[in-house]
Design a protein around this ligand. Structure first.
Ligand code: NDP
Ligand code: GUE
Length: 291
């Protein structure tokens, strides 16, 4: 039976470290959470992040723009937040409404305030193996593996998913940690043949129960990033992962959904805000402060 890997204790450890380091700063780090529109999931995520920020001693502010806000209005808000010395981290909740192009929006955030780690400068630094702010979910996965002492160096790692938010940056972090990395996606033929090679399997596809027991190497560590709302009964949406629960009989270790990677994402966002506050603007990376 797989060793369960709950996120809460690992997230608590990360939050305690963030709170300790925030307490050493002259002023509490400030996090700006920008949301466009009133999508219930985004409202819930942003509220959850603001609540956790307060627990860690960070100041946070939610900036909500109406669904129809023009790109210029969002860019103007980001300009104001970039210039505000009390704001150390800026996150724009994705996805944005379809009329807004995320690329120039994410590119408008100062790289040293980009606590989502999605700015091209930070992605470039990540792939170059240089210090910089790392995307929250991939960094949260690495923190969870470290917390449970699970091996990464030299491991055969397979990631299912190649998105900018999860799959691609995670591949870079695993490479930087000396794993041997394969990235699968919707165009990978015979996905099971690839996933069965993995000693470390991370699934970020957004497909409920995509991974079944026959697709998992016995004893493998399986990290389920997927969060899918499935309707058991009309209106009774519950969360389930990309990994079928029966995989627990084959895997050596397995994260639950909910209660696995999700809490790590939020904890890493708050740690990124502390890291951004510790490194004076423009000095980041020189002092090796970022991982
Ligand atoms: N726990 C957390 O904190 C977070 C969880 N998530 C969750 O993780 C999941 C992935 O998120 P995100 O990366 O943004 O999703 P995207 O939809 O952007 O990317 C999904 C990826 O999975 C691949 N994929 C889809 N179907 C299959 C398939 N049948 N076989 C193999 N690969 C497939 C896609 O391939 P292709 O590129 O070919 O289309 C794509 O690369 C979602 O469920 C999301 O809710 C996301 C962020 C944070
Ligand atoms: N710019 C940006 N950065 C993100 O990192 C980002 C984003 N936009 N848009 C949405 C996705 C998704 N995401 C999650 C964060 C926490 C949980 C989380 O804590 N989930 C809980 C369950 C919460 C619930 O009960 O709904 C869990 O899995 O245990 C889930 C998903 C971050 N994302």
């Amino acid at each position: 039976m797989a060793r369960p890997l709950p996120g809460a204790p690992a997230a608590q450890a990360l939050l305690a470290e963030a709170a300790r380091r925030a307490g050493r700063l002259a002023a509490p780090p400030g996090l700006a959470l920008v949301r466009v529109g009133d999508d219930p999931a985004s409202v819930a995520y942003v509220r959850g992040k603001a609540r956790k920020a307060a627990e860690v001693g960070l100041r946070s502010a939610v900036h909500a723009l109406p669904e129809a806000a023009p790109q210029a209005e969002l860019l103007a808000l980001l300009g104001t937040l970039n210039a505000d010395p009390a704001v150390h981290g800026i996150l724009v909740q994705l996805p944005l409404p379809p009329h807004l192009d995320p690329e120039p929006v994410l590119g408008a955030i100062l790289p040293e305030k980009d606590v989502d780690g999605l700015h091209p400068v930070n992605i470039g630094r990540l792939w170059a193996g240089q210090p910089g702010l790392r995307p929250c979910t991939p960094a949260g996965v690495m923190a969870l593996l470290a917390f449970y002492g699970l091996p990464v160096a030299g491991q055969r790692a397979v990631i299912v998913g190649r998105s900018a938010l999860v799959g691609r940056p995670l591949a870079a972090l695993l490479l930087n940690a000396n794993a041997t990395v394969t990235v699968a996606h919707s165009r990978t033929p015979d996905l099971g043949a690839v996933t069965r090679e993995a000693e470390l399997l991370i699934v970020a596809a957004g497909r409920a129960h995509l991974i079944t027991p026959d697709m998992v190497r016995p004893g493998a560590t399986v990290i389920d990033v997927g969060i899918n709302r499935v309707a058991d009964a009309p209106g009774q949406g519950r969360l389930t992962g990309d990994v079928h629960p029966d995989v627990a009989a084959v895997a050596g270790a397995l994260t639950p959904v909910p209660g696995g990677v999700g809490p790590m994402t939020v904890a890493q966002l708050l740690m990124n805000t502390v890291l951004a506050a510790e490194a004076p603007a423009g000095q980041e990376g020189r002092g090796g402060r970022f991982r």
